[in-house]
Design a protein around this ligand. Sequence first.
Ligand SMILES: NC(=O)c1ccc[n+]([C@@H]2O[C@H](COP(=O)([O-])OP(=O)(O)OC[C@H]3O[C@@H](n4cnc5c(N)ncnc54)[C@H](O)[C@@H]3O)[C@@H](O)[C@H]2O)c1
Length: 246
Amino acid sequence: MVTLFHGTLTQHLPEILANGISEGEGWGGAGTRGTFLSGSIQGALYWAKIAYQRDAGEKMEIDRFDRDHGHHADELIAVLVVDVPESETSRLKADEEQFEDVGADFDPADWQRSLKEIGDVRFEGPIPKEWVQEVVPPSRVKRAGRRAPAVPVELDLATNMFGKLKSGPRSKVMALIQNPSQKTWDNAHGVILNSQWMTLWQAILAVDPTFPKEGKATDVKGRVIEGWPRVPDPDLVIRALKYATH
Ligand SMILES: NC(=O)c1ccc[n+]([C@@H]2O[C@H](COP(=O)([O-])OP(=O)(O)OC[C@H]3O[C@@H](n4cnc5c(N)ncnc54)[C@H](O)[C@@H]3O)[C@@H](O)[C@H]2O)c1
């Protein structure tokens, strides 16, 4: 059995609990269909927030969701805990919808690699309601505090040449802390943290010399052929923020 997570809107819960999770169309333009699942509860929570904003016609930014809806998030979104039986794991595939975004290009059958490098997978087909084990409201995810630390004060201290870190770069770093993946790291690595123009990547290298100095591999035409060799975990990002801002 493999335990995975699906982020959704509370308005869909009655239908999902009665009939299971139905297949959807991916958003990334890869043209795949299936049920999209995250390897972590925080990953699914991230997608639930984005799905809510998409549905409501709001700007899709995690930081903005937390600011605008954090106080009543339990009313809007939830995470479903899904147990995929061992006999069905052959229907798990990589989340190809994110391949382009994160510069990944590996065998779509390699769902384990997708979980490791992207954080998400696709299940080919709908998820029967019997596989849904639990509905977790966002407030319980925070309390459980499993991989997602509270908003670090370091982010507020981070400044760039233009003064306080603006909400765009700030939400990039927050997204990385809340959902470490190829995509969020790709978006956040170049964020400037202090008046010496130190980027997040440089700060990470300063506090962890074992962190890869090479980025994504590209071919002669500059096309990405391999993703980032490593994505920093939240603790490392926070240590780097402390280093750059103190
Ligand atoms: N939601 C996640 O946890 C998750 C996980 C990994 C990746 N993703 C990414 O998000 C993109 C979209 O995936 P998605 O699943 O969030 O959206 P979707 O467009 O596939 O589905 C639309 C909405 O319908 C809901 N739904 C499912 N079954 C339902 C039912 N029986 N009745 C009513 N509503 C139902 C879904 O939860 C979702 O909120 C994908 O491209 C994928 O890369 C999402």
